[in-house]
Ligand binder design. Sequence first.
Ligand code: ATP
Ligand code: MG
Length: 410
Amino acid sequence: MCYNNNVYLCYHEIGLFMKEIFLAKEGEIALKGLNKKTFENVLMKNIRYTLSDFSGVNVSRAQSVIYIKLADGTDYDAVYERLKKVFGIKAICRARLCEKNFDVIKVAAVDYIRDIAADFRTFKVEAKRSDKKFPLDSPAISRELGGCILEQIPHLSVDVHRPDLTVNIEIREEHCYIHTGNVPAAGGLPVGTSGYALGLLSGGIDSPVALYMIAKRGVKVAAIHFEAPPYTSERAKLKVIDLAKKIAAWSGSVRFYSVPFTAIQERLRDGLTAAGEDGYFTIIMRRLMLSIAEKIAKKEGFDALITGESIGQVASQTMGALRCTNICELPVFRPLIGMDKTDIIDIAEKIDTFETSSLPYEDCCTVFTPKHPRTHPSKEIAEKLQDNINFSDLTEIAVANTEILHIRPD
Ligand code: ATP
Ligand code: MG
């Protein structure tokens, strides 16, 4: 039983209205004009997809808020973890759904915060009334409910400036929602609203972060990985597949193209040794990777490529080296180009790829690495060496033998 304003309400009478719900607040989508609905539809589809293994999920929207109702007994924490990774959602709150009857709201609000309040001393009520037909206005809701909370939870006192706890009451079209605040979510735009890009994914720290950043802008991403067995092991490939799974947790399922690169690397090594130009190995290898990736991208309908390059990070990413590898017709997105390694690592930790990226397995880039890579290479010389050695037959074979996997998040 709960006492309020001389009305006794039994919990079973209000039980119907004690369900919890997630409210997902839209980010940049809210600023869109005529095509806002299209973005919202993709966002709702993505939310349904990420929650597809939970039964009885109902997703609806109104006024730039997506409502996610769950069946009784659903693991709310597990759902929350998934929602935090959906791009297009700026903030999430877990709220108590409640009938728009002020007596019921008082009972439900006190009940909702009773346990939470044990850890706090001060509070305030913040009311938002988008349904103007509701008989009390926002200040009156805050005042009346504040009084009820003070009466029912006597260790709390009001502090309207710096409260330990804010009790939010949102009176919306269909229901009232009670919650203790929004938590920042993934931000960005819904994946699938900004085209399709193919990311060159190594086993390193940078490229998974690059794919994540482009997916965050609403781009559906796929991954292409170059492997060089037996120089690179099966474990090294599994590590990259694990990274693709971690990206898929944010971007939705990821197509994974695995390109056999050994024969190309061997011919390059031998050709450069014969020409006395070992220092061009990494530059020409990167040019070959980009040209194969572009061939596959065009064949498969991608709009752009992505790499994890950053100016000056290594010899193959000096300004001169980047000029040498600037060979594609398709746009090549390099979202990390101006970032420090420490900032890239912060993101890798946040998106949970850092630990996997740090596993010490070999990558095809580290095989045959020249002792003295060129830091000021010439694009004309790189082109000439590549033409003379001639890789056209081997690149055709590599494209034809590329294996395609479909990676879903864990
Ligand atoms: P890190 O610099 O942390 O070792 P990285 O992924 O940036 O990792 P680099 O050697 O700097 O590795 O390579 C530059 C870019 O080239 C990568 O970001 C990636 O996009 C691409 N790349 C390198 N090796 C591969 C590979 N084996 N398969 C696919 N893409 C690769
Ligand atoms: Mg790098």
